[in-house]
Design a protein around this ligand. Structure first.
Ligand SMILES: *[C@@H]1O[C@H](CO)[C@@H](O)[C@H](O)[C@H]1NC(C)=O
Ligand SMILES: *[C@@H]1O[C@H](CO)[C@@H](O)[C@H](O)[C@H]1NC(C)=O
Ligand SMILES: *[C@@H]1O[C@H](CO)[C@@H](O)[C@H](O)[C@H]1NC(C)=O
Ligand SMILES: *[C@@H]1O[C@H](CO)[C@@H](O)[C@H](O)[C@H]1NC(C)=O
Ligand SMILES: *[C@@H]1O[C@H](CO)[C@@H](O)[C@H](O)[C@H]1NC(C)=O
Length: 606
């Protein structure tokens, strides 16, 4: 007993890096880090002078024009650098790393926390006298960045990194791309805690980490049509996405309920289709959001869902929409009110989409390689009310849908982007898709298996696991005549998907081994019928983090076993504190009692 007791106090503290790296080795030496710690960083153009010794201390000067020599820069001045305005060009690898250094400083010194919740009662913080400091941080870019480092197709950028921190305080982050460097700096911030007397320290030196993501596409999808979200809310969500080492942010930016995206060539669209004429995203704001994501190694993918989910177009262009807002039996024609769909055999619709894409797609091109053309939940009955078709017969509709999709995808490609569609276009409508198209699944593991069997790349996000909106209960109001039928008013995808359920999902389950390479990743989805800026953070975080770890680290551990909640839970709690310290209102997942003395809240023993 005595030995066990002693051991539990001598066991070195575990790292709590989220998502879990491929390999981590740590010690238990305390190292402090000073606000003016130097960073040795050569910039991305410096491959031929990588071994050059540092020539001068260029106190905080921004890297522009100095890429031909290895620089020693202070981390500290990053706190003073102004918020740089966005550009309308793809950010370079240097800009990514520069931004990441600013974030690193801010995270370690301004957005940290004292980890008392994760230490036994009576725990003493490390002594701040007579301490060793991190001597410097060296960043090594091992290969030249590909041109599209900030907007790659899946798999085009290597996000792996190696991080080491020696006992005497030399930190090194090495990576094959600038994105790898910023993922490594992210991990670096997670090694440090705030001290209640000021300053920041790690208790884990020496540290050796190697890390690489399991999946290439790791994202959150946010619906900003059902409820209104400000630019600030969206940017905060992107910051959290990036801190979770996710690399995609899918913006479901229009739907039947509102059209908040301004399209200068079609000014009435948002003017009339938004909830209020001022609740829109201007071209400047839209660029700002996309640049904000790209700068953090997060590719923002815009979705204009069609031909269903488009009723908001009716307010500006009633001619283009069939079956608009049929009441009270809207549910014959759509999944949600207001019903309505783009007409399927209309040259006016084709002209409209031509104009829309020509306006919008060049504005997403600097920041992404993808454009999402939607295609979910198209209701065939709506076409009985479409004067260009007047039929719900699949044999009539299918060729028209193929033509509709081909027109859209041809234009997407001609404007330099790769299409993404929802699974129904392939699996329910039996459409022929280009080999380049990524098919986003949401309904089942069988759907994922069918997509890859047909040779397409797939994104997972099974709604039984990765829909963050589920389990809140119905948002529909029931008439007394039917109310008892729906009691107790659960929604279609109840119960609430807690983080454990999200964490238990394996993107590869049901996919044969020879097809697994086609599962490029997945997304957790925040549909916003019952979410607005007030509860956004707690609806997405830290449950979205559970999906982030599955996508980065894989659903199975090194032994091929399902990852353990017992191992993950305290790490997720600690990561949640980091999110909160960054101003993201992530929910707690346990009470402090469960955390203070190891795992106190376990049920079942193995
Ligand atoms: C970089 O690429 C090399 C070879 O392509 C690979 O062995 C290594 O794991 C990659 N990542 C890092 C961080 O070195
Ligand atoms: C589609 O429109 C064309 C031209 O208006 C018409 O000739 C054709 O019959 C329509 N197709 C269907 C299935 O209604
Ligand atoms: C797609 O194929 C399935 C199975 O053959 C069929 O049931 C379905 O009606 C087809 N869908 C359309 C729109 O043609
Ligand atoms: C591992 O997780 C899968 C779900 O992805 C589940 O079906 C399976 O039963 C789990 N295996 C064990 C041993 O718990
Ligand atoms: C801390 O946890 C250990 C192991 O579960 C247990 O034996 C000990 O009683 C706990 N201490 C307190 C103060 O709860």
């Amino acid at each position: 007993m005595k030995v066990l007791f002693l051991l539990s106090f001598l066991t070195p503290l575990a790292t709590a890096i989220w998502p879990l790296p491929v390999s981590v080795e740590t010690g238990n030496t305390v190292l402090w880090i000073a606000e003016d710690v130097t960073v040795k960083w050569a910039g991305t153009g410096a491959s031929d002078v990588r071994s050059t010794r540092c020539l001068s201390r260029c106190s905080g000067s921004y890297l522009t024009g100095l890429f031909d020599s290895v620089l020693m820069i202070f981390l500290q001045p990053y706190k003073r650098s102004k918020v740089r305005s966005f550009k309308d060009t793809t950010p370079s690898g240097d800009e990514l790393v520069d931004h990441a250094l600013q974030q690193t400083w801010k995270t370690i010194f301004k957005q940290s926390f004292v980890p008392w919740k994760f230490r036994p009662k009576g725990w003493k913080e490390p002594d701040s006298n007579d301490c060793t400091y991190v001597a410097g941080i060296e960043l090594n870019l091992l290969k030249d960045d590909p041109e599209n480092v900030a907007k790659p197709l899946a798999g085009e950028v290597d996000e792996s990194y190696a991080l080491s921190l020696t006992e005497d305080g030399q930190a090194t982050v090495s990576a094959n791309s600038s994105v790898g460097l910023i993922r490594g700096l992210n991990t670096f911030t997670q090694l440090f805690f705030a001290h209640s007397q000021g300053g920041a320290y790690t208790q884990l030196a020496p540290i050796e980490i190697f890390d690489a993501p399991k999946f290439q596409h790791r994202g959150i999808n946010l619906d900003v049509s059902r409820n209104w979200f400000s630019v600030k809310d969206i940017k905060r969500t992107i910051d959290a996405v990036a801190y979770n080492k996710m690399n995609r942010f899918h913006l479901h930016i229009t739907d039947s309920q509102s059209w908040p995206l301004e399209i200068p060539a079609l000014p009435d669209l948002a003017q009339k289709g938004a909830y209020r004429p001022d609740l829109t995203y201007s071209p400047t704001q839209f660029r700002d959001i996309q640049y904000h994501a790209a700068l953090q190694g997060v590719e923002l993918i815009t979705e204009i869902d069609m031909p269903g989910h488009t009723s908001s177009i009716w307010y500006s262009d009633p001619d283009l929409i069939a079956a608009f807002n049929i009441q009270p039996d809207w549910n014959t024609y759509a999944a949600e009110p207001p019903s309505g769909t783009l007409k399927l055999n209309s040259s006016k619709v084709a002209d409209f989409l031509e104009t829309l894409f020509n306006d919008l797609l060049p504005r997403v091109l600097p920041y992404t390689s993808y454009f999402h053309t939607g295609g979910d939940e198209v209701n065939k009955m709506a076409y009985t009310l479409d004067d260009t078709v007047k039929s719900s017969d699949p044999a009539v509709l299918q060729p028209l849908m193929q033509k509709f999709l081909d027109r859209n995808h041809d234009q997407v490609r001609s404007l330099g982007l790769t299409p993404i569609v929802w699974e129904e276009m392939l699996l329910d409508w039996n459409l022929t898709l280009g080999n380049d198209v990524i098919v986003q699944s949401w309904q089942s593991d069988e759907a994922v298996a069918s997509i890859v069997e047909k040779g397409h790349k797939a994104l997972v996000g099974n709604y039984h696991f990765w829909y963050l909106d589920c389990g809140k209960g119905q948002w529909l109001d029931f008439d007394p005549s039917v109310s008892s039928q729906y009691y107790p008013y659960e929604d279609y995808c109840a119960p609430f998907h807690n983080w454990r359920l999200i964490y238990s999902y394996d993107p590869l389950s049901g996919v044969s081994e020879d097809k697994q390479h086609l599962v490029v990743g997945g997304e957790a989805h925040m549909w916003a019928e019952q979410t607005d800026p007030v509860n956004l953070d707690r609806m997405v975080w830290p449950r979205g983090s559970a999906a982030a770890e599955v996508l980065w680290s894989g659903a199975k551990d090194a032994e091929g076993q399902n990852r353990s909640q017992i191992e993950a839970s305290p790490r997720l709690s600690e990561f949640r504190e980091r999110l909160v310290a960054k101003g993201i209102g992530a929910e707690p997942i346990q009470m402090i009692y469960c955390l203070q003395n190891g795992t106190q809240c376990q049920l079942g023993l193995s």
